[in-house]
Design a binder for this molecule. Structure first.
Ligand code: FE2
Ligand code: FE2
Length: 256
C-alpha cells in the first residue's frame, strides 16, 4: 500500500468528498493566515491537508516545547457541549474503525482481482493502526478509549453483505460494487476525521489534531487509490462482462 499510496499522492486526487471539502476549507483558512499567497493554497487536497497538518505539527511542537499543549490536553474535561460532541465523535469513529477491521477480510475474500484484494489487505493493516492511533488520541485528552455504536458504518457493512449476496462470484461487477462500498466507508471516515481535526485545532488539542490528521491523509489516499483501480481497469472490464456473455449467447443461438 505504501507504494500505491505514494502513487495516488503523486498523481493527485479528485476532490470527491464534501467532508474533505469541510476539511479543505478549514485548511485553507488556517493556511491562509500563514501564507498571504492564495495560489499556494489552491493545490490538491493532499497539498491542503499537508499544509494544515504541518501547520498543526509545528504549532504542536512549539506548544509542547513550552508546555502549552500538555496544559491544553489536560484541561480537556469532556464537559462543555463542544467537548462532549468531540468525544462522542471519537467514540463513533473508534467503533467504526473496529467494525471495518471485521468487514475488510470479508471484502478481500469476496474480491475477484488481485489488485483489489491487495488494496483491501493493505487497508486492513492500516485500519488496525487507525484503531491504535485513536487510542492514543483518547490518551492525549485524558479520556478512556470507548466505542459507541455507529449506525452509519453498520448500514454500509450491511450494504457490503448485500453486494456479496447479489453479485456473482468471480465477476468484475462484484469488484466495481465493492469499490463503491469501500469508498462510502472512506468518505464517512474522511468526513469524521476532517471535522475532528478542525475541532481539535479549534480547541487547541494539538497532539490530537496531529494524530487525527495522519489518519485523515491515509483515508484520502485510500479513497484516491480505489478511484484509480476502478477507473483504470475494473469498471471497463465490468462493463464488458454482460455484453461478452450476451455475445456468447448470441453466438450459441446462431450455431443452433
Ligand atoms: Fe480508518
Ligand atoms: Fe479507511
Amino acid at each position: 500500500m505504501k507504494q500505491s499510496s505514494t502513487t495516488a499522492r503523486t498523481r493527485g486526487r479528485k476532490p470527491n468528498s464534501t467532508a474533505s471539502a469541510q476539511h479543505r476549507t478549514g485548511s485553507r483558512q488556517s493556511a491562509a493566515s500563514e501564507n498571504s499567497n492564495p495560489r499556494s493554497n489552491a493545490g490538491s487536497t493532499s497539498g491542503n491537508t499537508r499544509t494544515n497538518s504541518s501547520s498543526g505539527s509545528s504549532s504542536s511542537r512549539q506548544n509542547t516545547a513550552n508546555g502549552t499543549a500538555r496544559e491544553h490536553s489536560h484541561s480537556f474535561k469532556g464537559e462543555s457541549p463542544l467537548e462532549k460532541f468531540f468525544l462522542a465523535q471519537l467514540k463513533d469513529i473508534y467503533y467504526a474503525e473496529k467494525k471495518i477491521t471485521q468487514s475488510l477480510p470479508k471484502m478481500q475474500e469476496a474480491t475477484t482481482t488481485e489488485q483489489l484484494k491487495d488494496a483491501f489487505e493493505d487497508h486492513l493493516h492500516q485500519t488496525e493502526r487507525h484503531v491504535k492511533r485513536l487510542e492514543k488520541v483518547f490518551q492525549t485528552i485524558g479520556q478512556k478509549a470507548e466505542a459507541e455504536k455507529c449506525e452509519a458504518i453498520e448500514g454500509i457493512a450491511r450494504e457490503v453483505d448485500n453486494i456479496i449476496k447479489e453479485t456473482e462470484e468471480g465477476t468484475l461487477t462484484r469488484d466495481a460494487a465493492l469499490i463503491i462500498a469501500a469508498q462510502k466507508v472512506e468518505h464517512y471516515e474522511i468526513a469524521t476525521y476532517g471535522g475532528l481535526v478542525q475541532l481539535a485545532i479549534t480547541m487547541q488539542l494539538h497532539e490530537a489534531a496531529d494524530l487525527l490528521d495522519k489518519t485523515l491523509v491515509e483515508e484520502e489516499d485510500t479513497d484516491a487509490l480505489l478511484t484509480e483501480i476502478a477507473e483504470n481497469e475494473i469498471n471497463l472490464r465490468a462493463e464488458h462482462e454482460g455484453s461478452q456473455e450476451g455475445e456468447e449467447e448470441n453466438e450459441d443461438e446462431d450455431k443452433e
